[in-house]
Ligand binder design. Structure first.
Ligand SMILES: [Zn+2]
Ligand SMILES: [Zn+2]
Length: 560
């Protein structure tokens, strides 16, 4: 029976280019998961969009002396271009700037207000006497009261991941002019998070299938107690506050952006010509997964669930498979110091699948992992080209030369051939289970070891020798190897969609690989195969020096 799978993915701020840390953290695992479930025949809705509000955008706009909308439009278009080239298969990638989003955000705001989960209060706000303005969270910097990092922002500390209020910070300074802000009273709305503490605790304790890091982090925050949080602020860029007297204030981006999962689902439904089509993805029967980086955990494991509990009638997250961070060449990624690999640069120079492969086999699922160009080269040349690609290329070219390109018949299978075919079946089943539980590294490792087995089998059978006096034995060995390849193209399809489609074509199957589903497709004896091309290109050693020399130098492409 087919399931409804909702996949929500973190909303990137449209203020800079995407980098590999974001891809490894959220977008690639989400896409693999979506592709896998579509192959399984499940109904998938994968949504996200550009986060176009908030201070990351206004700060960038002020730096470049442009209207915020210009910054947003430029980067949103770049995102769309990157998704297409990298093969991130959204059902909808929208923005938080649509009238639909504002409507859905207002509806949630008003519903929570009516139920008493949102209340009004007068609070001191950071005000910079030099700049003569109220300072939104990200315009305030200082020392984190928990870990004492000196670079904490008014909304969050990147070092320890705690969410903060500007008044929590020690040694406050204005980000624009470095003057010390003072606090002046301003009226704002607050989300009564404290009212959800017990319910959240009970709910999270039941989520034993969550990753340990996500569970521990969330329970740790709950132990410390949940504080009510301001959901409006003194800024004029963002979703309006649907209450009189608040015309010059806007809804806080952290409150409004998570509502994007719901508004995007509704927008998608309308685009399908069935305005109610979003509902089964948010009902009890559905499972919803939120793919995010670890810095986003509290918003998805506590705050968004609290909002959903308060609103009522919508499904809570089934899983929040947050990833840890990706370092680059052994150092913490830093967009401001340009210590990052930018996705548009990568896609300009290389194919998408080698990156998808490296980030999958080295995904920061349970601990931080490192990206290096040396490893990129090695994994491409030794694993994609020399192991998987080589298995495909040697069998396919052998078939061309010795069987006139016609897929040979399968004779009687000896125990070695049976054992290999059994391994292929087992691999398909175990990756099925692994992907279901969001274990991406282990899945792709399982596939690669099957490719190694395939190569060993071919070396043992040596059809290039047996072809001389036992062409049936050679044909059987070729048939078995092609069967293994056929399983591999399915297992690897969520990870390497471009090369899987190529292999699907070279094996003589017509149409889109997705249409076949999650199963081993048997090669058809007697089928004429097209002339094969290598699945992957070998890369030159020189790219390592070239690429590493770009790191940390020149202009930064982003300010996320
Ligand atoms: Zn901290
Ligand atoms: Zn200032």
């Amino acid at each position: 029976m087919s399931e409804y799978i909702l996949i929500g993915v973190a909303w990137p701020y449209a203020n800079g280019s995407l980098h590999l840390g974001q891809i490894a953290g959220a977008y690639l695992p989400a896409d693999i998961f979506a592709r896998y479930h579509r192959l399984k025949g499940n109904r998938v809705l994968m949504v996200s969009g550009s986060d176009q509000h908030g201070t990351p955008i206004t700060l960038r706009a002020e730096q470049e002396n442009k209207p915020p909308q210009d910054i947003v439009a430029k980067h949103h278009q770049e995102f769309l271009d990157c998704w297409q080239k990298l093969g991130i298969s959204w059902d909808l990638f929208t923005t938080t700037g649509t009238p639909n989003h504002a409507r859905v955000a207002h509806d949630m705001f008003l519903s929570l207000l009516e139920k008493g989960y949102i209340y009004k209060d007068s609070v001191p706000q950071a005000y910079c006497p030099e700049c003569q303005r109220f300072l939104p969270d990200r315009y305030v910097e200082g020392t984190c009261p928990y870990c004492h990092s000196p670079q904490a922002r008014g909304d969050q500390c990147d070092e320890c991941g705690r969410t903060l209020n500007p008044s929590d910070l020690l040694d406050l300074r204005c980000r624009l002019c470095s003057a010390a802000p003072r606090f002046e009273v301003s009226e704002h709305f607050f989300l009564r998070l404290s009212a959800f503490e017990d319910r959240l605790k009970a709910w999270i304790t039941e989520q034993t299938h969550w990753r340990q890091n996500v569970l521990n982090f969330s329970l740790g925050i709950l132990e410390g107690g949940l504080k009510d949080r301001a959901i409006t602020r003194d800024i004029e860029w963002g979703v309006t506050v649907p209450q009189p007297g608040f015309e010059r204030k806007r809804i806080y981006v952290w409150f409004e952006a998570v509502i994007g999962y719901l508004s995007a689902s509704k927008e998608w439904a309308i685009s399908q010509g069935d305005a109610a089509a979003w509902q089964p993805f948010w009902g009890n029967e559905a499972k919803s997964y939120y793919f995010i980086g670890k810095d986003n955990i509290p918003f998805h494991s506590l705050i968004w669930p609290a909002m959903l509990m308060g609103y009522g009638g919508l499904n809570l997250p089934y899983d929040v498979p947050a990833n840890e961070f990706l370092t680059v060449e052994g150092k913490k990624l830093s967009t401001s110091r340009n210590w990052a690999v930018w996705l548009p640069d990568y896609l300009e120079r290389y194919d998408p699948d080698p990156l998808r492969y490296l980030l999958s086999i080295n995904m920061p699922e349970t601990a931080d992992t490192d990206f290096s160009w040396r490893e990129f080269l090695r994994r491409n040349n030794d694993e994609l080209v020399a192991t998987y690609g080589n298995l495909a290329h040697r069998v396919l070219t052998f078939t061309q030369r010795n069987f006139a390109g016609v897929l040979p018949a399968c004779g009687e299978l000896d125990s070695q051939s049976q054992a290999l075919l059994h391994k292929a079946e087992t691999a398909l089943d175990s990756v099925d289970r692994l992907l279901c539980g969001c274990h991406f590294r282990e899945s792709v490792r399982t596939a690669m070891s099957l490719a190694q087995e395939g190569n060993r089998y071919l070396d043992d059978k040596a059809p290039w020798k047996t072809i001389k006096d036992d062409s049936q034995a050679a044909g059987t060995a070729v048939y078995v190897a092609l069967s293994v390849l056929s399983t591999l193209k399915t297992i690897l399809c969520p990870f390497l969609p471009f090369s899987s489609q190529k292999l699907h074509d070279f094996l003589g199957f017509g149409g889109e690989i997705e249409a076949v589903g999650w199963r081993a497709q048997s090669p058809v004896s007697g089928q004429k195969l097209p002339t094969p091309q290598p699945l992957f290109d070998k890369l030159d050693e020189s790219i390592v020096a070239e690429e590493t020399s770009r790191l940390g130098s020149g202009e930064s492409d982003g300010s996320q």
